[in-house]
Write a protein that binds this ligand. Sequence first.
Ligand code: 28G
Length: 637
Amino acid sequence: MEKFEHEYKADQIQVLEGLEAVRKRPGMYIGSVSVRGLHHLVYEIVDNSVDEALAGYCNNINVTIEPGNIISVEDDGRGIPVDIHPKTKISAAETVYTKLHAGGKFGGDSGYKVSGGLHGVGASVVNALSDWTEVTIQRDGGIYQMAFERGKITKKLEKIGNSDKTGTKVRFLADSSIFETLEYEYEVLENRFREMAFLTKGLRITIEDQREEPYKKADFCYEGGLNSFVEYLNRNKEKINAKPIYIEKSGEFPIEIAIQYTTAYSENLYSFVNNINTIEGGTHLEGFKRSLTKVFNDYAKSHNILKEKDQNLLGEDIREGITAVISVKVKEPQFEGQTKTKLGNSEVTGTVMSAMNEELATYLEENPNVAKAILEKCISASRAREAARKARELVRKKNAMESSTLPGKLADCSGKNPEECEVFIVEGDSAGGSAKQGRDRKFQAILPLWGKMLNVEKSRADKIYNNDKLQPVILAVGAGIGNDFDITKIRYGKVIIMADADVDGAHIRTLLLTFFFRYMRPLVENGNVYLAQPPLYKLSKKGMKDIYCYTDDELEAKLKEIGRENVGIQRYKGLGEMNPEQLWETTMNPETRVLIKVNIDDAIKADEVFTVLMGDDIEPRRKFIETNAKFVKNLDI
Ligand code: 28G
């Protein structure tokens, strides 16, 4: 008996040491202690409920952000087992919350719990990083509860009532001594839960933000699964196939795919492994692409849409205008790549291919009109690609003849180290002139923009290369575009868009951001794109240094500070109104300027912004701006 006591205690100590390690190096377990890591805590807990749903026992998950940034998650699963395990002497419930990686490497009954990588570190990590955690379980006819503070148990699991329901409820307050902020972003959580609901057909996830009245809330449940997902992604686009092509197989592992073509030119592929967004793709996406290319080429040849002598269509031709989501569940996923979001399991490619080959071929045979419409688009894409290649070659030749690859209007800097150099892309000749005079030519280059505006949302690569407004940008950045884009070739570490703070300026910013997003995406992802922030007002008063204000709020604050009497207020209507010295001091001098880094890590959201803001339909655009005012403002569009 005594021996058992002793062993039990030793066990407990080890457990505490485990969670102590989490508190010492939280970044190792949740990536960071920024707002991102904070959101991660919620995902960890909700993932457990989703696992219970995948196992077939949970239909509803309710997430609440309570006042004071307390998170509450409740599911109607079986409830974590509460009986005392004969070996460990503690309940499964306590184990889950105190032991690192509880439930085994691929634990849970669904068998598809994620090991390692971004998610799947488990509830104990959330417990360790929370000021307090409270777990309430309904099962076996009772209500059970336990509580923790900073990972240490403060209230052993005990029965506190009777119930004929089952489920698990977890409430926690993240530890403010660990996280930079406790302020959850409702929209971020909402987007993730919408995505999770799409990925788990039939599962209902609700979220409510009770921190401020009126409460925000959303309710997601999609019987259509990935079908609903692509319909959602394409909701503002013109469709080629009205209903998505849908493939679902549960052979060696579950595979779900939905495909819908639009009249747009972009390629929008989203892939998931065990509900994790594999941003870098991997073997499952490879299988999808290969099958798509093969099946469409085979169909085109066998139906004489392509002649025997014709060259095969390339994958990129066949993916023009596609929106597709592919989701697989893999038992032992190997995550690779820079951000560990690339699936490495080589066996997955073949399985996805064979699942898709047959079903897609059957679909095309049964829907010849859709097949024809898609293939017509693919063929014109391949023609456009050919035209783009020629245009590119022409540009290259022309540049070779001019013995310089730089556009004529570029005022380059003398420095050659890209890391230290920056280029200002400036709309308008007069502002360009001031910028040229005001800059520090050692490391600052100026590229004035001129020429006709081109809406890149509606243009193919050949037009982009030939566009007199964008061609100089491509040449100045020096790294190509699209598939040719090579970030190691960029000539400037900072590409800074400098435009007026008015409607025209907003338009040029949107155009350039769309262009960078679509054609130089790594530049955006790598954080090389910036927005300059010119001041809106200048305050001058006798005997006082001029004060520049960048927002209306700042103007009000400053006026309060210095008083309104005898103050001259100049409102800048455009960059052109500033002389070179002023432009340098307010907008270009690294010591005093304010730059906004353009950061698009949510491709889905960004695609929506660009599509809606640049698309044809006025109504969705108006609605979007109305409901996403904050987001649009943040993106500075
Ligand atoms: C509300 C917030 C988060 C959960 C369950 C249900 C079970 C479970 C969770 O078991 C221990 C290890 C492997 C079986 C499993 C219940 C089987 C039978 C469960 C949650 C025991 C974990 N009955 N629901 N864990 N397994 N919901 N929601 O955490 O062997 S976690």
